[in-house]
Design a protein around this ligand. Structure first.
Ligand SMILES: [Mg+2]
Length: 135
């Protein structure tokens, strides 16, 4: 596998290619079924959650965290992203395009004029939002 220079931007497509190459080199394609990848993704979300478990709310930027904790956080965030990218690839979904489309759909669902500063979900009576991108 080739590295990525500091000047080279990281794209979802680059990550997709690297994950495909990684699996092929190890003859792991046969294990990378949609279901297996989904379960692996959920497992990694659990590992990510463990990092925050019992800490209560933490300030943005994590100013009080040790460097070692931040490195670990970056690793688990990466595991989640890489399995998500791989799952999307195996399912034939262009994740970048799908995500951009979802942002557009959410912008329609949550018009600025009706939702700004509100945390209510789109289908609530006051038609606000909760800052999420769900559904
Ligand atoms: Mg992990």
């Amino acid at each position: 596998m080739t590295g990525v220079s500091d000047e080279e931007s990281v794209s979802l497509n680059l990550l997709r290619q690297k994950m495909a190459e990684f699996a092929k080199e190890r003859d792991w394609d046969r294990f990378h079924s949609p279901r297996n990848l989904l379960l692996a993704l959920v497992g990694e979300v659990g590992e990510l959650s463990e990092i925050f478990q019992w800490k209560g709310e933490v300030p943005k930027g994590l100013p009080d965290w040790e460097e070692e904790e931040k490195v670990h956080l970056g690793e688990e965030l990466s595991d989640v992203l890489l399995y998500l990218v791989r799952l999307s690839d195996i399912c034939g979904i262009d994740l970048g395009k799908a995500a951009l489309r979802k942002v557009e759909v959410n912008a329609i669902k949550y018009p600025v004029g009706m939702c700004k500063g509100s945390s209510k979900k789109y289908n609530s009576s006051s038609n606000g939002n909760n800052g999420s991108t769900e559904n």
